[in-house]
Design a protein. Structure first.
Length: 457
């Protein structure tokens, strides 16, 4: 009897965000990741639509890692009738819990603000999901072990494998009827400050590979030297250095580099403020899971003691009023929300301010606008002129670049029947498709959103 697997590309197909891949089989229906779309308005609007599948028939969700574009849709999934287990590694679930609660709180606050100030076209504006929705979802979490095959049903097993990128992140191998499906999740980089090298798959009949930087090599830049120069320039201008940062991984990496530069006498003792309630909670995850990163505990403690970790919104304003030159690291990384908006609102129109972008800036985000030289920027319904210097350090990305991605695939012993390129903007996906063909002569395809692929297994 022929067995089929039906793959539904419900997100991260033709776009970078919104990771969701449903595999329907005669035994189990498995959803790999359940992320939110971010960036362009037309993508964000997709978040409000129910999934075009019967959610109550999904048996299990397996998570590659805890980022919002991989877990942020889970409370909506539960609302639509999903009652199964949500499985990921212990640090992944800890990160997912932090991110979902934070996201829910922001959703509630934004809806409340929009209703009070009447700037939403929706009457009333509703939160995407509430803190209660997030808590209900977290009850369905179950810790999965790394590096061990787990039986899901008679002919289906899966395994989580360490993948760098952020604490807890894995790629997922799924064996269905003897065929191996490999979902890369987000692949980390070699020589990461805090994380070990990603493991690599050895067999893949069907490979689903992220392509965020599929057409790019990260610049070979001396991050420490560049950062030192920017900090010294900030002190000379008697200004402030604002670094919008992702709360997960990037923030901890920046803290570590700044601590290292101070310890090695490369930068003076400039006050450093970290203003990210979520980032603080992620720091705690590093403390709880020392085996998942390579930062010794004594270094971790010294770093945390050296840096001013802001605990309240009152302290945010105290920091803004502080006349000293300082470094402020605050969420969010693409300037889409969070505490960084408060600092930029107060300081972006001053020429002594420097804004340093240190991560991927998706289309449609304020971060991308700043990167592209916008002369004004809009917060909370008002425009502010951009007089600050905008700098970037690209090589701090937690994502593999094109060469890292090709290296990650090179230990695969067989020729995959199909390679699906996911998590990329259209031009990037096409460039990566050609590169894979030239390098390995593999059949790489670019699925579109809501495509369904039937596979005989």
């Amino acid at each position: 009897m022929e067995h089929f697997a039906k793959i539904n590309f419900l997100g991260a197909a033709g776009v970078v965000t919104g990771s969701k891949f449903l595999i329907e089989t005669s035994e189990k229906n498995i959803l790999i990741d359940c992320g939110m779309f971010q960036g362009l308005k037309e993508l964000r609007e997709l978040n409000w639509k129910d999934l075009p599948v019967d959610v109550s028939k999904i048996d299990v969700v397996l998570l590659t890692h805890g980022h919002l574009d991989h877990v942020g849709y889970l409370p909506r999934l539960v609302k639509q009738g999903f009652t199964g287990k949500i499985i990921g590694t212990a640090p992944t679930l800890s990160i997912a819990e932090i991110i979902l609660k934070d996201s829910a709180k922001i959703n509630e606050e934004e809806a409340e603000k929009a209703n009070k100030e009447k700037y939403s076209s929706h009457k009333p504006a509703l939160p995407f999901y509430t803190i209660r929705d997030a808590e209900k979802t977290i009850h369905q979490f179950e810790v999965g072990v790394e590096n061990k095959w787990i039986v899901l049903s008679e002919n289906i097993t899966y395994r989580f494998q360490y993948n760098g990128h952020i604490i807890g992140a894995t790629f997922i191998e799924l064996d269905i009827n003897g065929k191996r499906f490999v979902f890369s999740g987000d692949i980390g980089r070699s020589n990461d400050y805090l994380l070990d090298e990603p493991k690599t798959p050895e067999w893949a009949d069907f490979l689903f590979i992220e392509s965020t930087y599929g057409n790019k090599l990260h610049p070979v830049e001396d991050v420490e030297k560049k950062l030192t120069g920017i900090i010294k320039d900030t002190i000379q201008k008697k200004g402030n250095l604002i670094i919008p940062s992702f709360a997960v991984e990037r923030l901890q990496t920046l803290m570590y580099i700044l601590w290292k530069l101070y310890k090695e006498n490369k930068i003076p003792n400039i006050p450093i403020f970290v203003d990210s309630p979520m980032g603080n909670r992620v720091l705690d995850v590093f403390k709880r899971f020392p085996k998942w990163h390579k930062l010794p505990m004594e270094e971790y403690n010294a770093m945390c003691n050296h840096i001013n970790i802001i605990q309240s919104y009152k302290e945010t304003w105290k920091t803004i009023d502080d006349k000293r030159s300082k470094i402020i690291i605050a969420g969010s990384g693409m300037v889409t929300g969070g505490r960084v908006l408060t600092y930029l609102q107060q300081m972006i129109d001053e020429s002594s301010t420097t804004v340093l972008l240190v991560g991927y800036q998706a289309e449609g985000t304020r971060g991308r606008q700043l990167l592209e030289g916008a002369h004004e920027i809009r917060f909370y319904g008002k425009y502010y002129p951009v007089k600050a210097a905008v700098k970037t350090i690209e090589s701090l990305s937690a994502h593999a670049d094109q060469q890292d991605l090709l290296n990650w695939m090179k230990n695969i012993k067989n020729v995959p029947e199909k390679v699906f390129l996911i998590h990329g903007e259209p031009t990037v996906l096409d460039a990566f498709r050609v590169k894979i063909k030239d390098t390995y002569n593999w059949n790489a395809v670019i699925p579109k959103l809501e495509n369904v692929e039937e596979i005989v297994i």
